[in-house]
Write a new protein. Sequence first.
Length: 277
Amino acid sequence: MPEHYEVKRIANYLIDNGLLHQSLKTVTFQNAGERILGEYSQSDLQLYLQGATLNNVNVKAKYTIFEFDVGSVILHYRFTGIPHLLGIPYDDQLYSIFSLPITSLRQDHCRFTWVFESLTLHYYDTRCLSKLYFYPNKITCQIPLVADLPHDISSLQFLDYQTFFLLYGKRKISIKQWLLDQTTCPSGLGNYLACEVLARAKLFPFMSVSTISRDCYQKLLLALSEVHQLASSTAAYSWFLVFNREHCAICQSVIIKKKIPKYAQTTHYCLRCQRNC
């Protein structure tokens, strides 16, 4: 699943290639693409959006917000969704995220097409699990779905320890699941980011969030800042310490890869480096 920094790179790809301030000529859904729609139908979106001008593309957590002059379209890519501008390849930054070049995506996985004045956007989703929401006459700050989310990781606005402990000190969840919870601050983290943050903080991923000391919380904040710097400035994923590695980049111990039946993600961690506080 694309995480916050991949979603930001996708938005930059769309902006850098000239999508802003173009008028949307046609909106077409195909290959069961209407399954990703929220309460508005395909005909509703065609009625509202055809002829609309795209003013901005914003990102909050894992959501992409297309701000038109008639309202906003919000996309959550879920596991396999990705927009692509016809004839404009992604650079290597995005090849490694999806483990395949964009050119290998099949046309029968194209769920909708937006034809602008000089650009055509195809939206691909192999499993058709994406979610698309439309909010007429609203911009990002007016939409509770994204406006009510806590600050995402790239804002570097984190809770102080006292507030953290007051809000979460009695919760019986692991620190890994706390990081993955999109209703907690920071939002936007997925599996690989959470694994790497905990590796840098040297925290055991399955320790209870209620046992986090002030010292360990400070280590967590420093790790979040470090991961932010690496993820936003480094195209490749060579900075990983544990995720998708066979051996820990710090001590060379074998990486443990553990999947909890209750959750979909596999946690990657080093048993030697990562301990309970």
